[in-house]
Design a protein around this ligand. Sequence first.
Ligand code: XMP
Length: 486
Amino acid sequence: MKIRSTKGLTFDDVLLVPKRSPVTSRRDVDTTTCLTPTINLRVPIISANMDTVTEAPMAIAMARSGAIGIIHRFMTIDDQVRQVRRVKRAEGFIVEQPYAVAADASIGEARQLMKRRDVGGLVVTDQKNELIGLITQRDILLAPDEKMPVNTLMTRPDHIISAAPDISLPEARTILHEHRLEKLPLIDKEGHLVGLITAQDIVKYDQYPDATKDNKGRLRVGAAIGVKGQDVDRAGALLAAGADLLVLDIAHGHADHCLEIMGELRRNFPKAQLVAGNVASRDGARDLAEAGADAIKVGVGPGSICTTRIVTGFGVPQLTAIMDSVAGVVDSGRDIPIIADGGIKTSGDLVKALAAGASTVMIGSLFAGCEESPGSTVIRNGQKFKVVRGMASLGAAMGRKAVEQTKDESAESQADWDKVVPEGVEAVVPYRGRVDELLYQLVGGLRSGLSYGGAFTIKQLQENAEFIEITSAGVRESHSHDVNKI
Ligand code: XMP
């Protein structure tokens, strides 16, 4: 047994000492950071892989704002793959496999497919994947008979303007504009349809200049996996669907089975970007880095809905956990980023986490209150709230069982509920509107923080950072006080 003589610190225990600053405008600072060695973010924020925080709508909004979302894993592999695909298709310079319909399908079928896939048009292809027409919502808007075949209303090949697959964005823009087109199919030398560029996607491309995108112009997205044998299959399916990174997500990441699966994933998917966690110690971060992780997720028990520390007695206050983990990565001899996961309540906490050495932060509850989160909405005393739950809460455990459960085992499974030992709670958080507005506030605070830190970049913030421990009187002084807030 040993006891550490230094105190473990968290965000509220410290402040950053202001530094002489060359920054004259918050606009001049750069918040770009590394999520993994090959993925950069303009906004160093990740929405948590929790079932009340990140599914496709949240991941799309996060990526459009320059951040990123991680799709949670508490659903079937097929459902998680669908979520990833939804993000990858949300925008992109080129749609690689446009939704297609057969020429003899009915207008009703085409209409349903457009609705289901949330697209404004479909390509009409034959069995050799040659383009034989285009059909859009405008073509069928007032169609007198739903049973008519698609080929009666589609635009025929002799009226379709197409382009070669290697067309550039400015060239595509010019063609779409000059011919007042909505869609530009891309045809290879053999006459096969290989992609589609839509005017809408080019508009979105301009609308979100900071968006987190892959080299095909598609939004980036991550997906969480567990550490069981079938998670290797899950990983393969998610990567095939276009997931940009996988987050190996277990509460105690410094565990033999986590290190083993990390090695297996590395062997199976040598090029995949793999984030591993969670850890809260120097040894934990070092071991995961040595096992091949591309980023380390840090945090045992700091989250707003976490009760791990209370239930198990384990955890490390988050600021110390971040600093120790940075040291662990240095020990490994690798240069990979740290993700500070949990406990971020304000933009000030975000600045402190980055100054302590994290490259990005992961946020759960703050985002759970946003419009784009999947959590349900409740009204209390006329005020709107959204539900958030820890992934180790009783409710989440019950939800998972419900997904796994076959109908005839229900009686037996009901009896298991009292065997669950929750390490998280279910709660409500105030409704916070759109996530891009919340991100704007968080990034605004970070920009200001960089200027107080005499830094144009996050790296400079880390180099200049000097923390000062504060007392409870200091904490009280830091908040608005001795006034009646309106
Ligand atoms: P915040 O504070 O942003 O934290 O809401 C989000 C992070 O909390 C972790 N998490 C849990 N930790 N029991 C825990 O001990 C749980 O049930 C639980 N659910 C989520 C997770 O790391 C998340 O990103």
